[in-house]
Design a protein around this ligand. Structure first.
Ligand SMILES: [Zn+2]
Length: 500
């Protein structure tokens, strides 16, 4: 063979090898680069039942309480650069429940109301975003202020035919191997009939450190990072949910404390996924209790702020999403009673939730006194102290009206809180009604009317809900999409690959 041809061949072979090497090298580099593009820390905040108006009511009351002029004060998450809209229908209803919507967000699949991470036939099990994170050896934390085996938290670790199978869900929880569960209690920890093994005992067997006291929870530290932890709030209502924020004292543990603790326990080289649910926005919505609800939204916002602080320290590695599973109550900011005026500050006079007012005052009173002895006058001081509604005479009204006209703000507020003769009559009738719940509901209804808020439902609604995003990859969550798409976008941003 000609030497020149031989040389050419040799050069061609060498060139091919170099080119192949370069292609291979650039691919692996790209792989590494892409891997580094994934957010290392992922926060998903779910305000259960938090539609636009729940959120905006909190912004209005903050604005109205802190400044003279009309204006709002945004929440931490409503200032995020990414905003999106999400539809929430389930596979059998335009109005979803928390199980179907939790499944949609956690696994990207529609299912029927009440079901968690199983398809309509009950045969296909969905893999959740939290399980995918765990597969990547990220640490996983699940935080809620309602019970940890309630529908929303369960949607990230459980696969059950019904959200009401609390014990099965709790079993899935201790089987999950997730690193941190914090906040509310466990509903039916020994099964509905109390015949099953204590779930916390099972958890300990599975290697969980179970912490039940405030001081012990606060003293969890970096040394506990190697352990899996279940931290249940010391103060729980009915041993299940943390109390409403409005009903707690400042030194009680709150959702933000659990987020702080979660960050401390979960932070590690491989990153973490943390789901945080503000579960009682929904509960207050079911009760149409706006004053309590707004304080829940503000509490939820404080929890988000803890993640925002973390993001400030790790801006290139952190993604925070804040959204809801559905809207609850059909809350509207305006009513036929208030026309163009609104006075959400009236709600600042409310100091306890309707639930607590009912449990601690109405129910015991009516249970211990004969119907003939019921006297509304016994309740008027409580109504003033706890709900801020007052009774004034005609003379007082005239004086207050004059002062209000002259610009006296206290007088203006007193007038707004004063019960009209029609309202007083309505309360009186409700107080003596055989339907015990009517009294509390009437008080709350009047409070809503005075504030300029109305409700269309005591259930969930089909409203679109907001999605706010901040941090690495936030742009992917801008736009209008379905709740199943939230999962798909999250999966893409995280670079997880599965069949879901
Ligand atoms: Zn609900």
């Amino acid at each position: 063979m000609n030497k020149a041809i031989q040389n050419t061949k040799l050069i061609a072979v060498l060139l091919s090898i170099i080119i192949l090497f370069l292609i291979f090298y650039s691919c692996t580099q790209k792989g590494i680069q892409e891997k580094e593009e994934f957010p290392k820390y992922l926060f998903l905040f779910i305000g259960d039942g938090m539609g636009f108006n729940q959120m905006h009511a909190a912004e209005i009351i903050k604005g109205a309480s802190n400044q003279k002029d009309i204006g709002i004060q945004k929440l931490s998450f409503s200032q995020f650069p990414g905003t999106g809209l999400m539809s929430t229908f389930s596979s059998n209803s335009y109005i979803t429940d928390s199980a179907a919507s939790g499944t949609a967000m956690a696994s990207g699949q529609k299912t029927i109301n009440g079901r968690i991470n199983l398809d309509v036939t009950n045969e296909i099990e969905f893999t959740t975003i939290a399980e995918m994170a765990k597969d990547r050896e990220m640490k996983v934390g699940i935080i809620s202020n309602v019970s940890l085996n309630h529908a929303t938290p369960a949607s990230f670790y459980a696969h059950v035919t019904s959200r009401w199978h609390y014990y099965d869900i709790a079993e899935d929880m201790v089987e999950s191997g997730f690193d941190f569960f914090g906040g509310g209690g466990i509903k039916y920890p020994t099964g509905r009939r109390g015949l099953d093994r204590d779930i916390l005992e099972l958890a300990r067997e599975k290697g969980y450190k179970v912490v039940l006291k405030k001081d012990d929870i606060l003293s969890l530290d970096n040394e506990d990072q190697d352990e899996k932890v279940i931290a249940l709030n010391e103060k729980l209502t009915l041993k299940v949910a943390m109390p409403y924020r409005i009903d707690t004292r400042d030194d009680d543990l709150s959702l933000e404390d659990y987020v702080d603790k979660g960050i401390q326990l979960l932070d590690n080289d491989k990153g973490f996924f943390m789901m945080v649910e503000g579960g009682k926005i929904d509960w207050a919505g079911h009760d149409n209790d706006a004053g309590t609800l707004i304080k829940e939204v503000l509490d939820f916002d404080r929890a988000v702020q803890r993640a925002v602080l973390f993001h400030e320290q790790h801006p290139d590695e952190t993604l925070i999403l804040v959204t809801a599973d559905h809207e609850t109550g059909g809350m509207a900011l305006g009513s036929v009673y208030s026309g163009y005026s609104q006075s959400l500050e009236v709600l600042n006079g409310q100091t306890i939730s309707l639930k607590k007012f009912s449990d601690e005052h109405i129910k015991p009173y009516k249970a211990t006194k004969d119907k003939e002895e019921w006297n509304l006058d016994d309740f008027m001081p409580l109504i003033k102290d706890h709900l801020g509604l007052i009774q004034i005479t005609e003379d007082e009204k005239q004086v207050l009206t004059q002062k209000a006209y002259e610009g006296d703000e206290q007088a203006q507020m007193k007038l707004r809180r004063a019960l009209s003769p029609r309202e007083y009559k309505e309360i009186t009738n409700a107080f003596h009604d055989p339907n015990l719940a009517l009294f509390g509901f009437t008080l709350i209804k009047i409070l809503n009317q005075k504030a300029g808020i109305s409700w269309t439902s005591d259930s969930h609604t089909a409203s679109l809900i907001p999605v706010f995003s901040l941090g690495k990859g936030y742009q992917r969550f801008v736009g209008y999409y379905d709740n199943t798409e939230l999962f798909q976008r999250l999966k893409n941003v995280m670079g997880f690959s599965t069949n879901n």
